[in-house]
Design a protein around this ligand. Sequence first.
Ligand code: ZN
Length: 201
Amino acid sequence: MNYYSTQITNLIEELRRLPGIGTKSAERLAFHIINMPKEHVNHLAETLIEARSKIRYCKECCTLTDDELCPICASKVRDHSTIMVVESTKDLAAYEKTGQYDGVYHVLQGTLVPSLGKGPDDIRYRELEKRIQDPDHPVREIILATNSSLDGEATAMYITKKLKPTGIRITRIASGVPIGGELEYIDEVTLSRALIRRIEL
Ligand code: ZN
């Protein structure tokens, strides 16, 4: 790519590291950025730096948030006795968009990956265990909404095995969600249906 100046090449290279961005898209973005007014570029750069430095994990549900508690955990109108376990903040957002769920979440920030030896300590599972032991906030139901991929299923199975003895009701979202389907790409109607038709484990 040495037909571009070093600066342009560097910019293209950095953009190309982002997921879903190939060389062509990176070039297009790079030239778009170079042609943007300087103050817009400054604002974009500041927003990136600020987002990265200020965003943290909610101390209750481990989603990505700006404050100690995310807006859902801080809400008084949500049903704090129902916890939906999801893989990522993006999955949480997918369920929020349905407008059909009024419980709270637990965001694992990943899944178990048995084939790579990724275990419960590599995700935010221990936080869930601790959470359901809090006598001030009794939990009535845990809805397992991990993806229906191999690792998502393994994670749901592991949590069921671990938490079933607590006597808390454990359910799994219905398999209307396509196998291997990434939750964030599934439409809201399908998600709502999967939630309503959840099955007892
Ligand atoms: Zn939270």
